[in-house]
Design a protein around this ligand. Structure first.
Ligand code: 13P
Length: 252
């Protein structure tokens, strides 16, 4: 039995206008009001952060953003800084999601800088890693995870990473309905934890929360959460409805 508090996080991606996000957040706050021993986070689009922060204030639900830029301010049209996210009410920020790597040129190097910016602003980074289908089928899952973890966290010390959350999201399982089996997920999580041990230390490896993401639903969350190295879920599609997301939050 470990002492890591589970984290169930909803990544709302490019869905919901501000009024829609506010409505779902209001429903969610009510549905999870009685939950204990689980951390809950939702990450709406940037423009909905401020209004949603007012809804989730003093509730069981924390707010996260889906991305940030590493500079504090400057001539960087279209970007947003860590301090700006904090001022909009965020406690968490998702970094290096595979959709950002795939469509928006995110690399291990940019991920590394973003993690630094998050930590400096006292935002909890949710650092995403995971292999593609081709990489899995050619036996490269572990080497991909190795590289993503090593480069993403290069230059850090264990003491910097006390709040770090890692999300293992196999790209082939995202939005496809193809969840990794609990054994596949556990194997990857165990490997990621061993990488933290190898690159940092045992204490951090034991305390770092590793979430699984990729077609998590109310129907499969319990078996995933029963695995020893799975500490939570990063949920896309099934987090968009308050009812289904709250059922994931109440996975026990
Ligand atoms: P789905 O739950 O829709 O597969 O998305 C997972 C994800 O990308 C969460 O960040």
């Amino acid at each position: 039995m470990n002492t890591r508090t589970p984290l169930i996080a909803g990544n709302w991606k490019l869905y919901k206008t501000s009024p829609q996000a506010v409505k779902t957040a209001q429903q969610l706050v009510e549905l999870v009001a009685d939950t204990v021993e689980v951390d809950i986070m939702i990450a709406p689009v940037f423009t909905a952060l401020d209004p949603v922060s007012k809804v989730v204030e003093n509730s069981r639900v924390a707010l996260g953003a889906q991305n940030l830029y590493w500079e504090k301010e400057g001539a960087y049209t279209g970007e947003i800084s860590a301090d700006m996210l904090v001022s909009a009410g965020c406690q968490y920020v998702i970094i290096g999601h595979s959709e950002r790597r795939q469509y928006f040129g995110e690399t291990d190097e940019t991920v590394n800088k973003k993690i630094r910016a998050a930590i400096d602003a006292e935002l909890i980074p949710v650092f995403c890693v995971g292999e593609t289908e081709v990489e899995r089928e050619s036996g490269q899952t572990f080497s991909v995870l190795d590289k993503q973890v090593k480069k993403g966290l290069e230059g850090y010390f264990a003491k910097d990473l006390g709040t770090l959350v890692i999300a293992y999201e196999p790209v082939w399982a995202i939005g496809t309905g193809k969840t990794a089996t609990k054994e596949q997920a556990q194997e990857a999580h165990e490997y990621i934890r061993s990488l933290i041990d190898r690159n940092f230390d045992k204490t951090l490896a034991q305390s770092v929360r590793i979430l699984y993401g990729g077609s998590v639903k109310p129907a499969n969350v319990s078996e995933l959460m029963a695995m020893p190295d799975i500490d939570g879920a990063l949920v896309g599609g099934a987090s968009l409805e308050a009812e289904s997301f709250s059922n994931i939050v109440k996975f026990k």
